[in-house]
Ligand binder design. Structure first.
Ligand code: HEC
Ligand code: HEC
Length: 498
């Protein structure tokens, strides 16, 4: 016989459950519950309120209640990792470290503001050290150096054990060191204007007679050229250094989108990067990717991060403070001159200029048309970029050309390139602003000093690297002294921390 449970007991149980749920409110849920009454609109809210919300989304640890992690691994779904069909350690649902599920908050990796102070200055939206590297899509990690692929025979070795390891741990994924988000608004503005220019040149080339050559020049960077082939068609085979050459067949419009974000230059906006970061690092599925009320990763939570929340995060990204240059003494000035004369500035353009100072933010974003669906504009002059006198634009002193370059075999990754058609030695030009404070260097942090970073340059940068190596010690010191003047913001985003 079953006994009826008294109503009072049920009420108590419900109260305790509610209390427990309250006590457990954290992560994004907590931000939502606190800002419930006054959540600002991304379009019209006060900029500082929105930046603070964006900063909280960037730095708050996401939890299971937010949808952190993927649902149970399902072999039937096949080898596609996203969204959310990744194995986890012991099937625990939250951690793998390799292929993501590697953190709870963005700020776990974007942490270091200055490595030049002792102890390092930590903060929000900085760079990462080696342990914060992301480990992307390997199928082989030969840490014990035990696979036969590279084993070598050593004379005199015990004949029963003829094979020994070669001391090289094979690895076929990508290892990426976190860059900072400082000055991101100016970079995004440049990319959008450059994309607009390239799209206009495409239209021009389509309308031109067969055989017409259209040079793809914008903001001081050349992206190769188009050859008109008549009937509205163009030969795209001479386009260089724009976005997704790893995507097998994209439209000419898509191929002429400038993508400065990510070490390889894969993403056209910071929001474009953030969508992937949410999925990869946390198993958080943005509504703008998977749709509303869809539990795409099968973890029991839908609407894991909303369109508005991604807008708050994006606005935080593009209003991050701008790196600065310490005043240049004689030696630094001499170093800057050498930097230009030996060809470093061919890729690391010291200063780029935007046409406008109002950065358009859109949702949904259209990669090929930055002015579609704009909901808000950010005044770059108010977030630290100097206005160009007598013009509408701002200066972006980023030391880059927003173009991808082949950096030669010494910098190449060992990613199984046939899997995605990635060119392993191609990277977007690293922006050198702030470089004094951001060791380790290069895409995976392999260089612990600036001299090593320069020495690793090859491919298109071989001549500049050789010229640096051929300088006198005094000239090299001047150039390094100059790079030492390129500093990160001193107290980034402190005003947002209450
Ligand atoms: C596990 C460490 C890690 C976490 C966690 C992480 N990032 Fe990153 N971030 C990186 C790495 C590594 C790169 C470079 C990636 C590449 O080259 O593809 C990067 C690059 C970026 C960039 C591009 C910057 C540029 O100038 O190219 C943005 C924007 C960014 N992260 C935002 C975020 C946001 C937002 C989150 C949280 C949703 C986040 N990151 C979480 C490691 C991390
Ligand atoms: C052909 C274009 C090109 C030229 C020329 C060039 N670089 Fe670079 N540089 C790059 C690219 C691309 C990267 C990023 C490589 C990577 O991600 O591994 C880079 C990275 C760097 C870095 C590391 C930045 C960081 O944040 O990790 C430094 C320092 C640097 N370059 C300095 C120089 C100096 C000094 C010269 C002249 C001697 C020079 N570069 C010439 C393209 C170039």
């Amino acid at each position: 016989m079953r006994r009826a449970v008294p109503v009072a007991v049920l009420a108590l149980v419900a109260m305790l459950a509610a209390a427990a749920a309250m006590a457990e409110t954290s992560g994004l849920q907590l931000i939502r519950s606190k800002s419930h009454s006054g959540t600002p609109s991304p379009a019209t809210g006060r900029l500082d309120d929105i930046r603070r919300l964006g900063m909280l989304i960037f730095s708050t640890p996401f939890t299971k209640a937010d949808g952190h992690g993927d649902g149970p691994f399902d072999p039937a779904k096949g080898p596609n990792f996203l969204p959310g069909n990744r194995p986890t350690l012991q099937g625990n649902g939250t951690v793998l470290r390799v292929n993501g599920l590697d953190a709870q908050s963005c700020n776990e990796c974007h942490t270091i503001v200055k490595n030049t102070t002792q102890p390092p200055t930590l903060g929000i939206a900085g760079v990462g050290g080696m342990v914060q590297d992301a480990i992307i899509m390997p199928s082989l990690i030969d840490v014990a150096d035990s696979f036969e692929t590279r084993m070598v025979y050593v004379p005199g070795h015990d004949p029963d054990l003829p094979m020994v390891t070669d001391g090289v741990a094979d690895f076929n994924g990508r290892l990426a060191n976190p860059p900072f988000l400082f000055g991101g608004g100016g970079i995004e503005m440049l990319a959008k204007e450059m994309t607009q220019d390239l799209q206009a040149l495409l239209v021009q080339a389509r309308n031109a007679p067969a055989g017409t050559v259209t040079s793809l020049d914008t903001h001081g960077t050349n992206f190769g050229y188009l050859v008109s082939s008549g009937g509205g068609n163009v030969d795209m085979s001479h386009v260089q250094g724009t976005g997704p050459e790893h995507i097998a067949s994209v439209s000419p419009e898509e191929a002429l989108v400038v993508r400065p974000f990510g070490r390889k230059g894969d993403n056209f906006s910071m929001r474009d990067f953030d969508r992937g970061a949410m999925q990869f690092h946390f198993g958080i599925q943005p509504v703008e990717v998977v749709g509303e009320n869809v539990d795409a990763d099968g973890d029991g939570v839908a609407n894991e991060v909303t369109v508005d929340e991604m807008s708050f995060l994006h606005i935080f990204d593009v209003t991050n403070p701008v790196p600065h240059v310490d005043s240049l003494d004689q030696s630094a000035l001499a170093g800057f001159q050498t930097f230009q004369s030996i060809g470093c500035a061919n890729c690391h353009h010291p200063v780029l200029k935007t046409r406008g100072h109002l950065l358009p933010l859109a949702t949904p974003e259209v990669s090929t048309n930055p002015t579609a669906n704009v909901y808000r504009q950010i005044d770059l002059a108010k977030v630290g970029f100097p206005r160009v006198p007598g013009e509408d634009g701002v200066y972006v002193p980023c030391f880059a050309d927003l173009k991808r370059h082949d950096m030669g075999p010494r910098l190449a990754e060992s990613f199984e390139s046939d899997r995605r058609g990635l060119n392993n030695s191609v990277f977007t030009t690293a922006r050198l602003w702030g470089i004094a404070d951001t060791a380790p260097y290069l895409h995976d942090g392999r260089a612990t000093t600036l001299t090593e970073a320069i020495d690793f340059h090859g491919g298109e940068a071989q001549a500049a690297r050789d010229a640096f190596m051929a300088l006198s010690q005094a000239q090299q010191n001047n150039l390094l002294h100059f790079l030492g003047k390129l500093r990160t913001p001193d107290r980034p985003n402190q005003e947002l921390v209450k």
